[in-house]
Design a binder for this molecule. Structure first.
Ligand code: TMP
Length: 212
């Protein structure tokens, strides 16, 4: 079984995941742990190539299943090349998005065209198998605030940021539902606060759940 720690950050657009993932990496490094800070889709050469296919282009470029298969193809490469070897070496892997994003975006937020839970769970079993995050931090904030931040930040607005408010509201609902269904793995973080406040709460959760 995995010897390292696997921590994932999830949430909608502009919720501050990447900043907090970096701060958490700093915390573990200060403790002398070896950290792999990575992201999805991407994190390995092949997966970064696939990332370009999904984040750019027309909103309706892919149907939900094609898109989920691309995400899982990227995830497979990332797992095999980077995540699993690092966990086997006892490292702390901090990943900015993982499979909950597929479950929430392609699995649910597409509404009538979404894959649904059964298909997304089946893909997880087939591609990821027994690997499971030790902790998932669900960064939660009002959709309008997050989108506004993301649109200000990104010169090249990605495909998902151009999807409507209905899509993003369903997305938030999906992440919260996942957290409710798996409370032992997930912690919901109120991300509508200052960076240090959020960091302190995350560090408390990490100490309590993973370092005792
Ligand atoms: P990022 O903005 O967090 O870097 O992620 C890129 C986009 O990819 C983001 O808008 C969410 C989307 N995404 C999915 O739709 N499904 C997935 O499985 C993952 C990992 C990301």
């Amino acid at each position: 079984m995995q010897k390292g720690l696997f921590i994932t950050f999830e949430g909608g657009e502009g919720c501050g995941k990447s900043t907090q993932a970096r701060l958490l990496a700093d915390f573990f490094e200060a403790q002398g742990r070896e950290v792999v800070l990575t992201r999805e889709p991407g994190g390995s050469d092949g997966a970064e190539d696939i990332r370009a296919l999904v984040v750019k282009g027309d909103v309706a470029r892919w149907d939900a299943l094609t898109e989920a298969l691309l995400m899982y193809a990227a995830r497979r490469d990332h797992l095999v090349k980077k995540i699993i070897p690092a966990l086997n070496d006892g490292k702390v892997v901090i990943c900015d998005r993982f499979a909950d994003s597929t479950a929430a975006y392609q699995g649910y937020a597409y509404g009538e065209k979404a894959l649904g839970k059964e298909t997304s769970d089946a893909l997880y079993r087939m591609v990821v198998g027994p690997v499971r995050p030790d902790l998932t931090l669900m960064m939660d904030m009002p959709v309008e605030t997050g989108l506004e931040r993301a649109l200000k930040r990104d010169a090249n607005v990605n495909r998902y940021e151009r999807m409507g408010l209905g899509f993003h509201n369903r997305l938030r609902e999906a992440f919260l539902k996942i957290a409710r269904n798996e409370p032992e793995r997930c912690a919901v973080i109120n991300a509508a606060r200052t960076i240090p406040e959020i960091r302190d709460e995350i560090l408390n959760i990490v100490r309590e759940r993973l370092l005792r």
